[in-house]
Write a protein that binds this ligand. Sequence first.
Ligand code: NAD
Length: 484
Amino acid sequence: MSFGTLRNYVGGKWVSSKSTQFLDVRNPATDEVLAQVPLSTKQEVNEAVSEAKKAFTEWREVPPVVRARYFFNLRNLLEEHFEDISRLLVQENGKTLAEARGSMRRAVEMVEVSAGIPSLMMGHNLEDIAPGIDCVAVRQPLGVFACITPFNFPAMVPLWFLPFAVACGNTFVVKPSEQTPLCQKRIFELMHDVGFPPGVVNMVNGAKDAVNALLENKDVIGVSFVGSSPVARYVYETAGKRGKRVQALGGAKNFLVVMPDADLDSTVAALIDSCFGCAGERCLAGSVLVAVGDVYDKLKAKFLEAAKKVVVGYGLDEGTTMGPVISRKHKEKVLGYIASGVRDGAGLLLDGRNVKVNGYPNGYFVGPTVFENVEPSMPIAKEEIFGPVVSLMRVASLEEALELISQNEFGNATSIFTQSGGAAREFAYRVGISMIGINIGIAAPMAFFTFGGAKGSFFGDLKAHGRDSVEFFTDKRVIISRWF
Ligand code: NAD
């Protein structure tokens, strides 16, 4: 199925890009070309921002309760089209259908929570801050916000931002991943059907140049970025220098700690999902398994046995439990990490390099891969691989596990598996990572909590969705009044 040449959505209309540069969007399981995505020009980005700016004055005057109704309607349309968008997500991204549905559920929840904006956006007040003088703090929207998003959750991640920003009374521009732009195309068709006033929601396809155009445009008040850490840092610094609000969520290297008292069967099930779910292409994916004390041998045996049962294939086919990685280029990068682990002397217990999937000779598949005897200094132990490659490490104590985690530059997510409340508390208290699982392999905060990491995984202060979102997308204005 071909979607042809994709268009941008600007000022309430679908418009063809005038760019001369296009990229193929491919199905990673089949290598089939699904669409051509334009790399929009600076001028096209500026037009979208200008439409958003024009729409802001009237949109901010729409009562919050009415703004919320647009999101009730969007939520209903997303439910109606839940299955077709989930299937499209499999085609452009390579997830299994169950994973695609899971991320769509999270996307819908963002819209549901944003529909609570009349309560979420309330300010506070105090009578008689001095005799006869009252003070009211209100939250006001600021203007045009934009988001720049990664390939790995193409339906959900833009909805971490747009619904909250727009429900707060701002207008918005989405720059989806050029590798996976199709779910946003579909979601913007639904937003068109909802009937947002022209210019309130806009989408411009593109890559680096479109990002730079957003960062340079003085009418963009704030930017939400999700992607790899080097680009997150660049966006944070560039947007910050220009006085914009910015929240930039970066990459990850997540350590999962298994204590000797962990319930091994349920722990291993959670570890497998964390490490191999979405082919390891989650910012919350487990990447290093840290066995504490004598649990190592038992954990290794059970983990390997379960890893061998992972069924690699096309996400739309029954029985597939792990799909391909996103692109041929990314597959080469993952294979490069496996080769580096071998070169560095790690023990390759399970090698996913030569996996073959019947019927899909051109897919970008990598099978589950497991190393042991991994040193903390090896690239496989410290860098983000973003593929189904796991390092098993052994430490003597929780203290050593905490030390190992503290040495890593990233700080997105981590988990501990234990039956001891004391160990779990100690871990959560001291680990210094933002998203923490206790007997949970993927510590994903839901729409009503905030999402974002620490250290090299996050640049900014206010994080995605939850309460931070309303803080990020509004300014607090304080009105002090006296009546003579
Ligand atoms: P990426 O950094 O390559 O791209 C992200 C976005 O930035 C895309 O829209 C892309 O067009 C743009 N971009 C890429 N290079 C750029 C450049 N040089 N200048 C300006 N813009 C540029 O990331 P990706 O490969 O699409 O996504 C995977 C990464 O995203 C992983 O590192 C993953 O950990 C991270 N991620 C993080 C979170 C989180 O919550 N922290 C969530 C999802 C994904």
